[in-house]
Design a protein around this ligand. Structure first.
Ligand code: FAD
Length: 461
């Protein structure tokens, strides 16, 4: 774009959103498009609308100019969905950050898309309520980003993914049309339920501006245990028993390649001895401290009597529970020990998770000679994460590393992304992992809503 065309675009954008609403390309490029701060935001301009109406006017202007847009929430996405080109205009939702309502009776919140997950959790907690979507990135990730990616996190097996926790949505389409589907009702079959078209669409079908989300009563009890098991069979037996606990809220598995790194680098993160087949953080949350505590103790006793677990440690205080969670959330140690690595977010049938992991490693070794991995994840919802390091040039051969693991995903009929989304990073692999009819329907849908591909044009397909 010529310099004069760029200046005229800035002027027009400035007239729509005011001086505070436009950031020049020079200032924008000091930001990054990813949580690791490796991809700078070099774009034509960055616009920060303060309302849905302003956003609608900005999108309509861009559409009229054929100007491509990339939407930014908290930029914690790890699939490259927020990456920009020099020709793009970035729309950031950062000024649309109001929690408009928390309704304790209907147990819902009305929030603007730029509210962070943590800010919503805090606002809900202040009224004795709980927003169950919980991500390691919650301090920065936004509700709009969580909806766009259908984020999962640690407590999906109890309360579901973002999709299950959204009642209504307001969005701006690629031509600037405002769609208000701010449903507050649990049951509402009045025509197509359009929120489900937008949830998980990664900003390709519309820009989410507001949402009605479900809240639940804030649990009054929280218990956690860290256990080890000898084998995959015992891991599955443990999962089956844990699922019988009505208060179960998380079942986080760490395989030895992960636990050995973390527990060796920091002995405070070694709650149980090494040398076992898998390590599990089990968390339960409920509403009766005494009864919940008794049920959790009985559950652990039964595991021990049935010889399901090898070792176990119980978190006896909030601090101890937080310390157990720190073992599971050791991304810092993985980065210092294993970087550079390619990270995976795959879904696999729990019955074959062990052979899938072996097969992925075998394909990586066959291709690269050697590999170091760290494997962990939300096994209760089929979701495992693998960090794979094949040498100092791992990132240069990223697509080949991905091809190996995705080959195993195909063989085991898994999914190449469980919760992070396709973004730009997995775009090349999508057609191999979707039925041709599904791809055709997705294309038709996008074409109908955004024929010129104004929104997130390089995302998904
Ligand atoms: C330490 C860490 C832990 C994480 N843990 C988890 C986890 O447990 N589970 C999980 O699912 N993810 C996790 N993530 C990934 C990430 O936090 C989520 O994908 C999150 O939902 C992204 O939100 P965001 O606001 O940062 O979105 P961004 O990164 O800004 O954007 C992500 C995508 O959504 C689009 N988008 C953003 N806002 C909107 C909007 N308002 N309307 C339309 N499109 C929009 C963007 O264009 C982009 O394509 C983690 C990331 C990190 C760094």
């Amino acid at each position: 774009m010529s310099s004069s065309a760029r200046h005229s675009l800035w002027d027009e954008l400035g007239a729509l959103v005011g001086e505070r609403g436009v950031v020049s390309s020079e200032d924008a490029s000091s930001r990054s498009c990813d949580p690791f701060r490796t991809v700078p935001a070099h774009a034509t301009a960055l616009v920060r609308p303060a309302s849905t109406e302003e956003l609608s006017a900005v999108v309509a202007l861009c559409a009229a100019r054929g100007q491509s847009i990339v939407t930014h929430g908290g930029r914690t996405g790890v699939s490259g969905g927020a990456y920009v080109d020099a020709e793009d205009v970035i729309i950031s939702l950062e000024r649309m950050n109001r929690v408009e309502e928390i309704c304790a009776v209907s147990q819902l919140a009305v929030v603007e898309a730029g509210v962070t997950v943590e800010a919503l959790q805090s606002a809900a907690a202040a009224q004795g309520l709980f927003f169950p979507i919980d991500l390691g990135s919650k301090g920065t990730a936004t509700i709009g980003g969580a909806i766009a990616t259908n984020a999962g996190g640690n407590r999906v097996l109890r309360w579901g993914m973002t999709r299950q926790n959204v009642l209504g949505i307001e969005a701006v389409l690629a031509d600037g049309t405002i769609v208000s589907a701010m449903n507050r009702l649990v049951k509402n079959n009045t025509g197509y339920d359009l929120k489900h078209v937008l949830i998980g669409s990664e900003g390709t079908l519309g820009i989410v501006t507001k949402a009605v989300v479900r809240l639940v009563p804030a649990p009054s009890s929280q218990m956690a245990a860290f256990v080890s098991v000898r084998s995959h069979e015992r891991l599955l037996a443990l999962l089956a028993r844990a699922r019988q606990l009505p208060t179960l809220s998380a079942f986080e598995v760490m395989w030895p390649d992960y636990y050995d790194i973390v527990s060796t680098r920091d002995s405070a993160r070694r709650p149980v001895p090494t040398g076992q087949g898998a390590y599990v953080l089990i968390e339960a949350m409920g509403y009766d401290t005494e009864l919940d505590g008794l049920a959790f103790e009985r559950f652990l006793q039964d595991l021990s009597d049935a010889d399901v677990v090898a070792d176990a440690v119980v978190g006896g205080s909030n601090k101890q529970i937080a310390d157990l969670w720190r073992v599971r959330e050791s991304a810092d140690l993985l980065v210092s020990e294993l970087w550079p690595f390619v990270s995976f977010d795959v879904s696999i049938d729990v019955r074959v998770v062990d052979t899938f992991i072996e097969r992925s490693r075998a394909l990586l070794i066959e291709r690269f000679g050697a590999v170091r991995t760290a494997t962990f994840g939300h096994l209760g919802d089929n979701n495992i994460h693998i960090a794979a390091h094949v040498g100092a040039d791992t990132l240069a051969v990223e697509q080949e590393v991905e091809r190996c693991v995705y080959q195993a995903v195909l063989e085991y009929r898994g999914a190449i992304t469980a919760e992070h989304g396709i973004g730009q990073a997995k775009r090349a692999f999508l057609p191999e992992h979707k039925h041709s009819g599904e791809m055709a329907m997705m294309r038709r849908l996008r074409d109908a809503l955004d024929h010129e591909k104004i929104l997130n044009r390089n995302v998904m397909f």
